[in-house]
Design a protein around this ligand. Structure first.
Ligand SMILES: CC(C)(COP(=O)(O)OP(=O)(O)OC[C@H]1O[C@@H](n2cnc3c(N)ncnc32)[C@H](O)[C@@H]1OP(=O)(O)O)[C@@H](O)C(=O)NCCC(=O)NCCS
Length: 158
């Protein structure tokens, strides 16, 4: 497995251009584009939720990781801080080299529960990463998975 550094991706036009290689291009990217065009943000690293792995100068893997404060938690019964992980994607020719696992390892290092909504066909990967089905207290349209850090495994039932 290749261990590659994980970088926080700045919100700028280059990052947006890099994102065009990835399948999931949606609201978050459009919002970023609007903010850049309106000069609301420029080269903003602090507020970017995106992390990625570069191979040379090519962005080959990325994920979005949002920290949700327990004040805004509407998923867990015992309100808690958690991370919302989305847009995990490794470019096809760079898969099965440990990049996905690397990004997940980085997310786990914050020691907070991680919630994600898996893509169809990615179940085997999430299972391998220790994620399990999660039923939130609020009805959600999508299926969710959760990972708990060790210190929370005793009371992981919501
Ligand atoms: C799912 C995805 C992120 C995995 O990334 P990756 O870099 O290829 O995965 P890794 O090489 O880090 O694999 C880590 C482990 O998971 C296993 N694995 C990877 N993809 C798998 C899959 N689809 N099913 C079962 N196991 C899988 C690997 O064999 C490896 O096992 P090991 O720990 O025994 O060596 C990548 O295939 C992808 O981008 N898919 C398309 C988008 C997607 O489905 N994203 C999921 C989030 S919605």
């Amino acid at each position: 497995m290749e261990i590659m550094p994980i970088e926080k991706l700045s919100i700028n036009f280059k990052t947006l251009e890099d994102f065009k290689s990835f399948k999931e291009y949606g609201n978050q990217e459009l919002q970023m584009l609007d903010d850049l065009k309106g000069s609301i943000v420029e080269n903003d690293c602090k507020h970017s939720p995106f992390y990625g792995i570069y191979y040379g100068d090519k962005l080959v893997a990325r994920m979005s990781l949002y920290h949700t404060d327990k004040k805004f938690d509407y998923l867990f019964d015992n309100k808690r801080d958690y991370l919302l992980l989305s847009k995990l994607e490794v470019l096809p020719q760079f898969r099965e080299r440990g990049f996905g696992k690397n990004l997940i390892g980085f997310a786990k290092s914050f020691n907070l529960p991680i919630i994600t909504s898996p893509r169809i066909n990615s179940g085997g990967f999430w299972n391998r990463m220790g994620f399990m089905p999660f039923t939130p207290i609020t009805d959600m349209p999508e299926k969710l998975l959760v990972w708990y850090p060790d210190h929370l495994t005793e009371n992981k039932i919501n």
